[in-house]
Design a protein around this ligand. Structure first.
Ligand code: BG6
Length: 596
């Protein structure tokens, strides 16, 4: 994932830019670069197809310093990962730009710019931004006006930081679709794609809205909306601390965050449960009215957050008795769905900035679905600001790109919601009290599963040389299997697919052999016997089985059947508890394989 840092100050910004890039490194990248206006007012750039550490060495070697600069870590989308394609991109030694996102009309712009005599030195979609801005400057506009004009000519998503050697005390930033924050300092100001990158220099942040262009000098931040009107955006004091974004004793953020789950769950549930009831005010002051009106639920989300929604569908229909549809946000927004008025539209997102989820919410509002609720981990995010109701998961900053603690806390929130909606449809006070008791036991349950870490680490060795894996689950365990497969592919680069176990015989069984490990999640519930027959089908095909099984069920180990016994868990909580060993498995396989 790309990362942006920029700054204008009365001191050398290079160490701040490098430190910011270091805080964004965890997101993965393939090249990095910095551009500054140096002491002689020349625009100087250093880039590398390597790591931020190597960039830092090059910067020291070249003794690059300056009080105005931008920096970037790149994850290649247009053009291969090499130095030439690394950001910043510079037009005619004057304008430098860093960019996150994708410019969809870059080919048309490039053709027009080539015709106008501009030379391209990279294969990126970003370079057209530098030329476009420069072109407007040559026609007489200043940097701010030129960026405003250029952004109207760009299609697609962007967060950009731009500097020009003609305006040494000015950094211009703009966003549409990709997140960007302004870090407000004293006599210095900064930008970053994420607040965490700037936490060592400020705790005061302005979250730019879609379409905003920010004019940033050492002493002022002036923001204009998409129509060019000057607007005020609030300054938020972040509760992030430098400690919260450090790895502590853990080798990787992902492991740290997996182990933080008991605390994250406890924090998320705190203040939401009274002795035997869920306090629906946790969803906001308007929750009662809005929940009363809801006739159905529409959940839209992406990635892991979508999987949380897929689990919740089972809960909302079977426990709360309310119809529920779950959709991948990027499909929903383009699908022309039939409107169900009085739907509660729920967006689920760790970041609250995922462009497709935001756009799906806008589309649902436009079509007239009903009120909206955001289940989100970032209080100041765009989704939170755009929703009628908000439930904040209190997972703390999730630095690891592969979502872990956000997922389990989202599920806890969705169970709270299920109870609130269920009350209106006959969920008894006794049943609610039982569910509340189970929720309160969650942190301890997850803690017990984390004790299996060493056993799972050993098991991971059997996966390191595999190229494919199949995950199976039934009922609420199907989305858990999907989440296990997503974690494995995203982190260890092993191709993995998930199937509802009953679907195995309708095609995927043909793939099963000794080289295709099959991972099954097996809680002790009414689907167990059916799952067991599916596992027999795997064995009959000579497949190697890895079963994460509730300790109370009888699964016989054998040379091709490996069993990890999980502490007994009430069926309703199994999606949360059974996900944890799959996170650990993906993590350890990735470490063994050395994938980035
Ligand atoms: C992806 C991440 O890019 O975004 C996933 O790799 C995540 O882990 C997904 O689930 C959606 O993000 P969010 O912030 O909307 O939950």
């Amino acid at each position: 994932m790309c990362g942006i840092v920029g700054g204008v100050a009365q001191r050398d910004v290079v160490p701040i830019l490098v430190d910011g890039l270091r805080h964004l490194e965890y997101r993965g990248y393939d090249s990095a670069g910095v551009a500054v206006l140096n002491e002689s007012q020349a625009l100087k750039r250093v880039r590398t197809a390597g790591k931020v550490r190597e960039l830092d060495e090059l910067l020291r070697k070249e003794q690059l310093h300056g009080m105005l600069g931008i920096a970037h870590t790149r994850w290649a989308t247009h053009g291969k990962p090499d130095t030439r394609n690394a950001h910043p991109h510079i037009c005619r030694g004057t304008v430098a730009v860093v960019h996150n996102g994708i410019i969809e009309n870059h080919e048309a712009l490039r053709a027009a710019q080539i015709k106008a005599g501009y030379e391209f030195t990279s294969e990126t979609d970003t370079e057209v931004i530098a030329h476009q801005v420069y072109d407007h400057m040559m026609k007489g506009d200043d940097l701010l006006k030129s960026v405003q004009r250029a952004t109207h000519e760009l299609d697609g998503a962007y967060a950009i930081g731009i500097i020009s050697k003609t305006e040494p005390n000015r950094l211009v930033a703009a966003r549409r679709g990709s997140p960007l924050v302004v870090g407000v300092g004293r006599g210095e100001n900064f930008i970053a794609s994420q607040a965490a990158a700037l936490i060592t220099v400020t705790q005061r942040f302005i979250y730019l809205e879609d379409g905003d262009v920010a004019d940033i000098t050492r002493d002022a931040v002036t923001i204009y909306d998409a129509s060019g009107k000057r607007v005020e955006r609030p300054v938020h004091i972040s509760s992030l601390t430098p400690d919260a974004v450090e790895k502590g004793p853990y080798r990787h953020y992902m492991l740290k965050e997996i182990f933080e789950q008991p605390q994250a769950l406890a924090d998320t549930l705190t203040n939401c449960l009274s002795s035997n009831r869920v306090l629906e005010e946790s969803f906001g002051p308007k929750a009662k009215d809005i929940f009363d009106q809801a006739q159905s639920v529409l959940i839209v989300a992406c990635g892991t957050s979508y999987h949380a929604g897929a689990v919740a569908r089972y809960w909302l229909e079977s426990i709360a008795g309310i119809p529920c549809v779950v959709e991948i946000a990027s499909e929903f927004r383009y699908r022309k769905p039939v409107v169900r008025p009085n739907s509660l539209v729920i967006t689920i997102s760790q970041s609250g900035e995922t462009a497709d989820t935001l756009a799906a919410l806008q589309e649902a509002k436009r079509l007239g679905f009903g009120h909206s609720l955001s289940i989100c981990n970032v209080p100041e995010s765009a989704l939170v600001r755009a929703s009628d109701l908000v439930f904040l998961t209190r997972a703390g900053p999730e630095i690891g790109v592969a979502s872990t603690k956000a997922f389990t806390t989202q599920l806890a929130a969705l169970m709270l919601l299920t109870i609130c909606l269920g009350r209106r449809r006959g969920l008894s006070a006794d049943k609610e009290a039982l569910l509340v008791k189970l929720l309160a036991s969650l942190p301890a349950q997850v803690d017990r599963v984390l004790k299996l870490n060493e056993q799972i680490k050993t098991l991971a060795e059997r996966f390191a040389d595999k190229h494919h894996a199949l995950f199976l689950g039934r009922g609420t365990q199907h989305p858990v299997a999907m989440e296990g497969a997503l974690k494995l592919k995203e982190i260890s680069y092993i191709h993995a697919e998930a199937y509802p176990a009953g679907e195995l015989k309708h095609g995927p069984l043909a793939l099963v052999d000794a080289d295709m490990p099959v991972i099954a999640v097996a809680p002790n519930n009414e689907l167990l016997e059916k799952l067991k027959s599916n596992l027999q089908e795997v064995r009959a095909r000579g497949g190697e089985l890895y079963v994460f099984a509730d300790e109370t069920i009888d699964v016989t180990e054998g040379p091709t059947v490996h069993v990890v016994k999980l502490p007994h868990t009430d069926d309703v909580l199994t999606p949360i508890v059974f996900t944890v060993p799959l996170q650990l498995l993906a993590y350890h396989v990735a470490v063994l394989k050395g994938t980035d």
